[in-house]
Design a protein around this ligand. Structure first.
Ligand SMILES: *[C@@H]1O[C@H](CO)[C@@H](O)[C@H](O)[C@H]1NC(C)=O
Ligand SMILES: *[C@@H]1O[C@H](CO)[C@@H](O)[C@H](O)[C@H]1NC(C)=O
Ligand SMILES: *[C@@H]1O[C@H](CO)[C@@H](O)[C@H](O)[C@H]1NC(C)=O
Ligand SMILES: *[C@@H]1O[C@H](CO)[C@@H](O)[C@H](O)[C@H]1NC(C)=O
Length: 307
């Protein structure tokens, strides 16, 4: 997930530089981040590979509740130099699903690959997806995104994976048609989307998710995120997917030519001592039950047979 760094921005504005030099996905890529941003080198970082065979079933997490997501609202999209970010207005909240309280939506943005074989930040049993969208929410009681980025569990981010489909995703047509207007990196260039419900940008009935504690996936990598990664995917055509790769990055090479934004995903980070939970029976949970039942059956059988 991506957040602007108000402190760094303030500092750099003061000394008259652009944030462009700070970090990116090319020359100042993820392997360099920890040199500048200590937190990026800590032990509870995101994204991760979610090894489904090693997740812990927690039925009590239940379903997540989304409130206000169905109301059409005004939205703007911008190129912040690292991704296309949609800023929201209105009141959209998530709650339940194991969250301690209500979290309010601030923005959503995308991570994609240079081709359709990669692009997602999270992996599910080592599978990568062509794109991942992050819906960034902050703890409502803390009042703002800025107040929440340094608090434990201050943010709750929902991650959804994209999968390639034959036909265009009509729900994404308006957003994708606006990408041409934000081709260049310019955070002041806010392009309005047609008023729409946030439901249009997520799978129709997202239910099954993984939960773990992690970080922002971009500097300053704050370890304050309650992650929810859903298994239901969003469909997108190859042509629609390719349009994201036309955006230009804030990062430029030695010849001062800006790069295209592509492969703007951080590689997966070590899980270390963390546990990934699921609110649904994964195949591993099912397999474990089958093993138990098979065990019980053979015990019964052998008991019967021995008599
Ligand atoms: C969660 O949502 C699914 C799908 O809508 C539904 O089948 C299930 O009953 C819900 N579970 C609870 C505990 O509400
Ligand atoms: C779009 O939504 C905003 C509220 O988010 C509202 O003020 C505005 O009137 C709406 N515009 C249209 C054209 O419906
Ligand atoms: C950035 O976008 C704003 C708003 O559209 C525009 O006024 C400004 O000229 C743009 N800046 C550059 C450097 O293109
Ligand atoms: C499985 O999860 C445990 C923590 O719950 C972790 O220590 C272990 O390394 C994980 N194994 C794999 C293969 O991911």
């Amino acid at each position: 997930m991506e957040l602007s760094l108000s402190v760094a921005f303030f500092f750099l504005t003061f000394v008259g530089l652009s944030t462009a030099a700070l970090w990116g996905y090319e020359d100042s890529g993820p392997s360099k981040w920890a040199e500048t941003f200590d937190t990026c080198g800590l032990k509870s970082q995101s994204p991760i590979n979610i090894e489904t065979l090693n997740t812990s079933l927690q039925i009590s997490l239940g379903n997540m509740t989304m409130t206000g997501y169905e109301t059409p609202v005004a939205l703007t999209i911008k190129n912040n130099g690292h991704t296309a970010q949609v800023d929201v207005t209105g009141n959209q909240y998530i709650s339940k699903g194991g969250l301690s309280e209500q979290y309010k939506l601030a923005q959503f943005h995308f991570h994609w690959g240079s081709d359709d074989t990669k692009g997602s930040e999270h992996q599910i049993s080592s599978k990568t997806f062509p794109m991942e969208v992050h819906f960034v929410h902050y703890k409502n009681s803390l009042g703002s995104l800025g107040n929440s980025v340094n608090e434990k569990d201050g943010l709750a981010v929902l991650g959804f994976m994209f999968e390639i489909s034959e036909s265009d995703n009509a729900n994404y047509a308006d957003l994708i048609s606006k990408l041409a207007a934000i081709k260049a990196y310019n955070t002041s260039n806010l392009v309005p989307l047609t008023n729409t419900s946030l439901m249009n940008f997520i799978p129709s009935n997202p239910t099954n998710f993984f939960r773990y504690s992690g970080s922002l996936t971009t500097p300053t990598c704050n370890e304050v995120v309650v992650w929810t990664v859903f298994t239901e995917t969003i469909k997108i055509s190859k042509t629609q997917m390719a349009t994201f790769r036309t955006l230009m990055s804030s990062e430029h090479g030695p010849n001062n030519k800006h790069y295209h934004i592509k492969d703007n995903f951080r590689p997966v980070q070590p899980l270390n001592s963390r546990t990934v939970y699921s609110n649904f029976y994964t195949s591993s949970a099912t397999a474990a039950h089958i093993t138990v039942y098979t065990g019980v059956l053979s015990l019964i059988l052998s008991t019967i047979l021995s008599h």
